[in-house]
Design a protein. Structure first.
Length: 206
């Protein structure tokens, strides 16, 4: 996923949370109880009650970083990076001495994300252009009426239509109709699958 696409997905996610938040407050103004709103939206009653106490969507609390994550040592690594110490092995040994218990590959991924913005960016057209809908609500399975969980949606993002069951195909169609974010992520998943099957790593950058 490119940096530009990542920003687009995060923006779409914030827009979706805002849309659901607006829907919850609108239903509350119509006189619906927390239980009734929860039934309509698919969110828990406690979450609905909490959201109704805010004027804007509350920020999600991030879990405390553990020594297994290189981000636990981000301030130290950033200072080293700024001073020109960018040798991955040296940085790995430095944070191990400070209590890091994670893997070298995790550190490599973090450092790679710092290198990308320093590389020249080639002009390219956006993969998909869309405007998230203002009335986005959780998507429901057309067969059962249950809300389609993020785990199921993520799995369907990377499964070609030829491999879908009838029930799964209906879920995909429902997700495409109601979620621009799903359309974007499935498009990226299918493109990556095609690149992976072509065994042409030179296509990954684009």
């Amino acid at each position: 996923m490119t940096q530009r696409t990542g920003r687009r997905v995060r923006h779409a996610h914030r827009q979706s949370r805002q849309a659901v938040f607006d829907t919850v407050h609108a239903l509350n103004k119509e006189g619906l109880s927390c239980s009734e709103i929860a039934h309509r939206t698919g969110y828990g009653r406690r979450s609905i009650a909490k959201w109704l106490t805010f004027e804007t969507p509350p920020d999600r609390q991030k879990a405390a970083l553990k020594p297994t994550s290189p981000l636990h040592f981000e301030a130290f690594l950033a200072a080293c990076w700024k001073d020109g110490n960018r040798c991955r092995r040296h940085l790995f040994l430095d944070i191990i001495q400070r209590g890091y218990t994670g893997s070298f590959s995790n550190l490599e991924r973090l450092l790679a994300s710092w290198r990308r913005p320093e590389r020249p960016i080639k002009d390219s057209a956006p993969i998909i252009s869309y405007q998230p809908g203002r009335d986005t609500v959780p998507i429901r399975d057309p067969e059962t009426g249950h809300v389609i969980s993020p785990v199921v949606a993520a799995a369907l993002c990377i499964k070609p239509r030829s491999m879908l069951t009838v029930s799964q195909a209906r879920k995909v169609d429902a997700l495409k109709q109601g979620s621009p974010e799903f359309v974007l992520m499935r498009s990226l998943g299918m493109r990556f699958r095609g690149i992976f099957r072509s065994r042409d790593p030179d296509r990954l950058d684009s």
